[in-house]
Design a protein around this ligand. Structure first.
Ligand code: C5P
Length: 251
């Protein structure tokens, strides 16, 4: 999708609590960051107040709770996410077609009831922390790329708006699922000078399928999700701006 480079960036608010999260939004929104991800840690600690704080400061929220449960439970969860007015939320494609259909039905029903737009529903394929060896470990026979592609096609056939996948699978998913299908890519690591945008120290690195922001966009990612390279930078606003410039150079 054709997007302004700044709109491609989703900053993961992977911090301990509400104050720290709001502080980051206050620093990043003025340099043009519009999209913020509220994930499991922040939502478990601060709840809907975290979403409301981002909204109050003018940002849009990707509520990344990766729902994976029986259809009725996931339906209630995404309906509640819709009521919070989030821009995007997600669920595990491995929860199955019935679960995804129920989720779509619930967000549409909620949107009709509230006369607000429905959040984008994005399917998680295979976590970017996982590597090829994890496929066999889980008893899966496909290669990692084939598994991502298989799940992406399933999500598209059901009607989800897009998927989460690494830059390594973005090209093939784009080719198979078309231009309108959204690809959201985490696992971004830095191309820039050491020190300004640190990656997690090697012992803390839990991502496997990583890429730079420009590699991800060139491969077909619409959005990149970036946590630690911004949060751990000495100047988070500068790090965010550098990532936007990097994407601007290739899109
Ligand atoms: O710190 P880092 O940039 O690795 O953070 C990536 C963020 O993207 C984390 O918040 C993680 O939960 C999220 N994410 C991911 N893989 C997915 C979906 C979300 O890494 N498949």
């Amino acid at each position: 999708m054709k997007l302004a480079p700044a709109d491609r960036l989703i900053v993961a608010l992977d911090v301990k609590g509400l104050e720290e999260a709001a502080g980051l939004v206050e620093v990043l929104a003025p340099v043009g960051v519009r999209h913020f991800k509220v994930g499991l840690g922040l939502f478990t600690s601060a709840g809907p107040a975290a979403v409301e704080a981002v909204h109050r400061l003018g940002g849009r929220v990707f509520l990344d709770l990766k729902f994976h449960d029986i259809p009725s439970t996931v339906g209630r969860a995404v309906a509640a996410a819709s009521r919070l007015g989030v821009w995007m939320t997600n669920l595990h494609i491995q929860g199955g077609s019935s679960m995804m259909r129920q989720a779509l039905h619930s967000v549409r029903e909620e949107a009709a009831r509230s006369k607000q737009g429905a959040p984008l529903l994005i399917g998680v394929t295979v976590l970017t922390s996982m590597a090829e060896r994890d496929m066999a470990d889980l008893g899966l026979r496909k290669t990692l790329k084939d598994q991502v592609l298989y799940l992406a096609k399933l999500a598209k056939s059901v009607g989800l708006n897009g998927i989460v996948a690494s830059a390594q699978e973005a090209r093939i998913v784009r080719w198979a699922c078309g231009e309108e299908f959204l690809i959201v890519t985490p696992g971004i690591r830095l191309a820039g000078p050491e020190g300004l945008f640190p990656s997690p120290s090697p012992s803390k690195e839990d991502q496997s399928r990583t890429a730079t922001a420009s590699e991800a966009v060139k491969a077909g990612a619409d959005y990149i999700v970036v946590g630690r390279p911004i949060l751990q930078a000495s100047n988070p606003a500068e790090a965010a701006q550098a990532l936007v410039r990097e994407m601007g150079a290739v899109s």
